[in-house]
Design a protein around this ligand. Structure first.
Ligand SMILES: [Zn+2]
Length: 435
């Protein structure tokens, strides 16, 4: 087999994946991930692997393959990336989101940030290693999933429920969203590694009252009842709860930035973090945002029911407090049910896998400081964690200081520098040597 060079291949792999439309609108109406899965499977088969394409529904395809390690008696590591992307409005973009064009040193397109970049980096590093006959020290399972952007019903959730056997022995996992740099100054960069995720509670609220004529007295008006409850939820100031990951992040980051960290007033520290404040601020507390309202059908008819939707997010360790508080805010006359509910995650920032990530970063960027952070959203890791894995978001990218990377997730003009992708391949290669 000819030797493949991951650094040379990675931008092309990323471009090819971006050109394959795998948008996921969340209603199973899109093109699906089948074409992207076939592409990935072909690239893996070229280096002697035997990937399986697993369809959960028509064209909703996942790819799973095991790369045998030097010591199969050791526990296995999962590397996972999703193949779907969120929809786009091409008119808003400078370059077409499916172009995968390289311009200004960046690969452009939907998925360049979330997360065809990492899919390409995984492919590039695995192809290089196998073409050189370098197996990882232990079994590494690769999973390229469908449907992450809509909760993983056709992807990770389905794989974890229906194909557990493929993940036999996996105790640790690496995926999105983390490993990217945030510049402190010219010489030093923080690399944010995801070690925790908030839980998700999307809920439908319902108030039921007495229907009747809009001209009559009515003390049991469902619209009034619901509106008051929604107002209480939306205006509530959730208390700051400092989890160990957030405390660890603020301690390390403050030290690096040379600012004071007062654990009794973490908000003051977060306020000094610049563009990171938006991302980190949401991990200081539970949140519940009203997002939809529905009631009534005519101006002079009081409807019997009124409903609203709330997007709730709770910190690891604070789910019980979240629902207790929420129920007090809703009061006795408004009921809630889940539209979507998923767990919060948190793992310690310690152990040999964390050392392997931090060391690989420093080897490629002497100014690197790896810090753990909490993601305010969710990833496929929630599903894989149900199989007994601890996991991290680690898609390593050394980025230019002025690139607003976290702002490009699901945003317009998503793009990733080619040399950042090449850096990621080198870091992942070192990481796999040490994993
Ligand atoms: Zn993603």
């Amino acid at each position: 087999m000819t030797t493949l060079k991951g650094e040379d291949e990675v931008a092309g792999l990323c471009r090819d994946l971006i050109r394959i439309d795998s948008t996921n609108a969340g209603d199973n109406s899109g093109p699906g991930e089948r074409a992207a899965a076939e592409y990935v499977a072909e690239k893996l088969a070229e280096v002697g692997l035997e990937p399986r394409i697993l369809e959960s529904d028509s064209r909703r395809a996942n790819v799973v393959v095991r790369v045998e390690g030097e010591d199969p008696s050791r526990e296995a590591l999962l590397l996972h990336g999703h193949l779907d992307v969120v929809p786009f409005d091409a008119d808003d973009w400078t370059l077409h989101p499916l172009s995968g064009e390289v311009a200004d040193g960046c690969v452009w397109g939907r998925g360049a940030v979330d997360m065809k970049n990492m899919d390409a980096m995984i492919l590039a590093v695995v192809r290089q290693r196998l073409s050189e006959g370098r197996r990882p020290p232990r079994d590494v399972v690769l999973a390229f999933t469908a449907d992450e952007e809509a909760g993983g019903t056709y992807g990770a959730q389905w794989l974890a429920a229906e194909h557990k056997d493929l993940f036999e022995g996996c105790t640790e996992a690496i995926g999105e969203v983390g490993g990217f740099s945030v510049s402190i100054d010219d010489a030093r960069r923080l690399y944010l590694i995801e070690a925790a995720e908030k839980g998700i509670a999307w809920m439908r609220l319902t108030a039921t009252g007495r229907a009747g004529h809009g001209s009559m007295l009515n003390a049991e008006n469902a619209v009034t009842e619901l509106a008051e409850a929604v107002g209480r939820v939306g205006r509530y100031q959730w208390p700051v709860r400092l989890t160990r990951t957030v405390e660890n992040f603020l301690t390390e980051t403050s030290r690096a930035l040379g600012i004071d960290f007062d654990p009794d007033d973490p908000e003051a520290t977060v306020a000094k973090l610049g563009p990171l404040a938006r991302m980190i601020g949401a991990t200081l507390r539970n949140t519940a945002n009203p997002t939809m309202l529905q009631a009534g059908y005519k101006a002079n008819v009081i409807p019997q029911t009124a409903t609203a939707h709330v997007d709730g997010r709770f910190l690891p360790g604070y789910e019980e407090e979240f629902f207790q508080t929420l129920d007090e805010l809703l009061g006795p006359n408004v009921t809630r049910e889940f539209v979507y509910h998923d767990i919060a995650l948190e793992t310690g920032f310690d152990g040999s896998l964390v050392r392997a990530m931090a060391d690989a970063l420093v080897a490629e960027d002497p100014g690197a400081l790896a810090v753990p952070y909490t993601l305010s959203g969710g990833t496929d890791l929630k599903a894989f964690s149900t199989l007994g894995m601890r996991g991290f978001g680690f898609a390593p990218l050394k980025l230019p200081a002025d690139l607003d990377f976290s702002g490009m997730f699901h945003g317009v003009d998503e793009r990733v520098p080619v040399d950042s992708l090449q850096f990621g391949v080198r870091v992942l290669d070192r990481f796999l040597d040490a994993c």
